[in-house]
Design a protein around this ligand. Sequence first.
Ligand code: AMP
Length: 280
Amino acid sequence: MKIITTIKECISYLETCSRPLGLVPTMGAIHNGHKELIKAASKNNSTIVTSIFVNPLQFGPNEDLNDYPRKIKADLTKLQGLPIDLVFLPSTEEMYPDNFSTSINVGPISNLLEGKSRPGHFNGVATVVCKLLLITTPNNVYFGEKDAQQCLVIDKMVKDLNIKTKISKVPTVREKDGLAISSRNIYLSKSERCSATIIYKSLVLAENLYLQGVNKPKLIKNAMSKLIKSVPLAKVDYISIANPSNLKELGVLEDNALVSIAVFVGKTRLIDNIYLKRIP
Ligand code: AMP
């Protein structure tokens, strides 16, 4: 497992690597969700690159950029033994020199849900992912369905800009009690961690109501909201039941609707989602 910290070295190392090449972009604090992406990449690629870069462009002014867990040493230990050829650790200074000014805006889809709560977030995501794709020129890139909107934004960018990389999506990896694994889970106190299980419970409730024949998103959203309100430490930011391709809110439920939720548990903001399916 080679470790490279400069863009120039990364480009020259990958020039001679065997193809196909798979990229797994991360912000570090490596967990089992990231490992599942790496596992998926290892099935279809001869060379695997994992990048670790806490991207300042995707954090709002009052968000957790400074507190975001940076544990490079522990991360490299966790990555040892996984099928990775290169860990790419670019510096912020090289990714965004003082005169850096380009921003990629993929349009309306980036202003809904997460984009509404976190203005500018997806411009930051699209910009860094575009840079990483241009630096590493992967045949395949891997993203988690946990960030479903992020997947849609990247799909759109790749399509609009004729980027040749194929995007693969990996199902959300969960803790035993259903909580979606996230680097931000470490912010949670013991009681908050306990309260956070309500997020997945609310998604399961949505699924059950759908399977029972409830077809009005409004009724499902109300039931989810009520369930979450029963937990004092949890506060809903948004609940959405939308078309999975364009994120437009649905008036009547349809199969494969995307239920997305963002909840503050204490000060920590967590997101999760599921697709509603008649036949799971
Ligand atoms: P992050 O380091 O949080 O930016 O995540 C890097 C990649 O891992 C993104 O594509 C995420 O969607 C994905 N990811 C994060 N958590 C999970 C999870 N619990 N299951 C599957 N993929 C995940």
